[in-house]
Write a protein that binds this ligand. Structure first.
Ligand code: ATP
Ligand code: MG
Length: 222
């Protein structure tokens, strides 16, 4: 593949990346919400977008299925990427500052989380982010039983499946609608540009200007 392939996920990541691409002079020529195509052309003949699951973006970029991608820090860390220059073989040149949210612990209002922590109780925690949750509670010295879920985390404390969840929060309205309270902030999250290091070497002439243009778009925005 001679051109550049950019991996995005539908929804928030795609929607928030579009304005940055536009500021870099790039238009995606089809709307993923109405098209069934998974490969979308852009106004640049050498650049195409592939649509993958949010959690598959690092995998695509790491193995060269895409040269570059946009992924949340949550996904990158859970995937095993280190901070900064990824241990996993992903170069992370830019914090795009989009899809901002935070990773937090939430419980039912009637669960006394501070007391459970203080007393050294074993807490059942449901989450999609098993690695990040394990790390967080290990750092705090809290004993947890982790339950892996793939969605609708809010349901876990309401049904008695778990005492707490570790999930992404932005406005807090989903938690509120389900009568859950945020009891601890673990980390701030935003989406990052990730680049395949081999692509950067072999396609530097086309990739470097793209990275620089996106960097300028981030600086110029907000
Ligand atoms: P899938 O739908 O494939 O299971 P997903 O639910 O992780 O994946 P999205 O909800 O589009 O997909 O989330 C993609 C990324 O957007 C997340 O990894 C995170 O970085 C960010 N994100 C998720 N939820 C929020 C939110 N409430 N506010 C802001 N950013 C968010
Ligand atoms: Mg989601």
């Amino acid at each position: 593949m001679n051109g550049i392939t950019l991996a995005l996920s539908k929804g928030r990541i795609f929607d928030d990346t579009l304005p940055l691409l536009a500021r870099a002079g790039i238009q995606v020529l089809e709307d993923p919400e109405t098209s069934r195509k998974l490969i979308l052309p852009t106004n640049r003949a050498e650049l195409r977008v592939v649509l993958v699951r949010a959690s598959d973006v690092p995998t695509y970029v790491e193995y060269g299925g895409a040269d570059v991608g946009v992924a949340g820090l949550d996904v990158l860390l859970e995937h095993g990427a280190a901070w900064g220059q990824g241990r996993s073989g992903l170069y992370q040149p830019l914090d795009l500052g989009i899809a901002r949210c935070r990773l937090s612990v939430a419980t039912r209002a009637d669960f006394d989380y501070p007391a459970a922590v203080r007393q050294g109780s074993r807490i059942r925690v449901a989450t999609k982010y098993v690695q990040l949750a394990r790390q967080h509670f290990a750092d705090k010295g809290v004993h947890v039983d982790l339950i892996k879920l793939y969605g609708s985390m809010e349901l876990a404390p309401l049904t008695g499946l778990a005492d707490a969840i570790v999930d992404l929060v932005s406005t807090g309205s989903t938690l509120k609608a389900n009568q859950l309270v945020e009891v601890e902030r673990i980390m701030d999250i935003s989406a990052r540009l990730v680049v395949n290091p081999t692509s950067l070497k072999l396609k530097r002439e086309s990739l470097r200007p793209l990275i620089d243009a996106l960097g300028a778009a981030v600086e110029g925005g907000s």
